[in-house]
Design a protein around this ligand. Structure first.
Ligand SMILES: [Zn+2]
Length: 319
């Protein structure tokens, strides 16, 4: 049996899976990225994670054919160059080649959301569609577009960056330096920033202060969900605003590309999808041109944490 490894390199964790030649996951391993310790440490952690994954699966290195590596950055897939991973502080790193030399395996590298959408397209909820756009909302918001099995990367490998689609003129400042991006409204960091501002400006009180006292710096999506369900005014306002922004972005994508399905995933959606989807779907329909959203699937990812790593492994297998 031949196996494929998929590694999802994130800002806080490295999540890896091993799958067989039918795409069935046989093992998973997660370790800390330790991004603050610099490139050499993170690179060593990638190698360690791979080794521990094999140990866990009781599979020898020789049985692994290829590795797919998903990174939080635009990637020049022709040269295997990671272009700009701002949350790791890396620019222009030939990471695919370095890892390939170290592990003596072919390594295919691409953007993490592209790989997540490819996972959903190959195995998940989106697998019955051909022209699919994925929106993944976590700390930030990313996107990816697949048409007939091929990923649309764009001239400079930056296509699909729906997180920086402007959905509000003069809206909140985004990490990219511009204003009103989807990410600044619907990403977790943007949601927190908005709640802080409302608390300061309008004196909102929130039960987050009891459930998750550190919410102003970091809050789990589970705590947000709990407060939403208890009708906490501040959380409801922030989440409804995020849902509306996601719906507007979905409509823009439908208007622009005419996709068959939009798949929503990422930590925020995974936890709160059932609460957010009605507003997302309603706004997608409201802002899409007449007839544009008709029959378009607007669906929630079911692969969860596996989507990106499995997509990477499977893309490498098919490459
Ligand atoms: Zn932006």
């Amino acid at each position: 049996m031949r196996y494929y490894c998929g590694i999802d390199l994130g800002g806080t964790k490295i999540y890896s899976i091993l799958c067989d030649n039918s795409g069935k996951i046989v093992a998973r391993k997660k370790i800390k990225t330790e991004a603050a310790l610099g490139f050499d440490t993170v690179f060593a952690n990638l190698v360690t994670c791979y080794g521990e994954l094999l140990k866990k699966a009781e599979i020898v290195d020789d049985d692994v054919e290829k590795i797919g590596l998903a990174v939080p950055s635009a990637v020049n897939t022709a040269t295997g160059m990671l272009l700009d991973a701002c949350n790791l502080g890396w620019k222009n790193v030939p990471l695919a080649r370095l890892l390939s030399e170290r592990l003596k395996k072919p390594v295919f590298m691409d953007n993490d959301v592209n790989m997540g959408v490819f996972g959903e397209y190959s195995f998940g909820e989106a697998s019955k569609f051909r022209n699919v756009y994925g929106i993944f909302a976590g700390t930030g918001v990313g996107g990816g577009h697949i048409n007939n099995g091929s990923i649309n990367r764009g001239k400079n490998f930056t296509a699909g960056e729906v997180g920086h689609m402007v959905v509000k003129i003069d809206g909140p400042e985004c990490n990219c330096g511009r204003k009103g991006c989807l990410e600044a409204i619907a990403g977790k960091a943007g949601i927190i920033k908005y709640m802080k501002k409302q608390e300061e400006k309008n004196g909102f009180k929130t039960m987050l202060s009891e459930i998750s006292p550190d919410w102003r710096t970091m809050v789990g999506s589970a705590a947000l969900k709990e407060c939403y369900k208890k009708k906490d005014a501040l959380v409801v306002k922030a989440i409804n605003r995020a849902s509306e922004a996601l719906g507007i972005a979905a409509a823009n994508i439908i208007n622009l590309i005419g996709v068959e399905a939009l798949i929503l995933g990422g930590g925020v959606i995974e936890e709160m999808g059932s609460l957010m989807m009605p507003a997302i779907v309603a706004n997608a329909k409201k802002y899409a041109i007449a007839g544009g959203a008709e029959g378009v699937g607007i669906i929630v990812s079911k692969l969860g944490d596996d989507a990106v790593a499995l997509g990477a492994a499977w893309y490498a297998a098919k490459a």
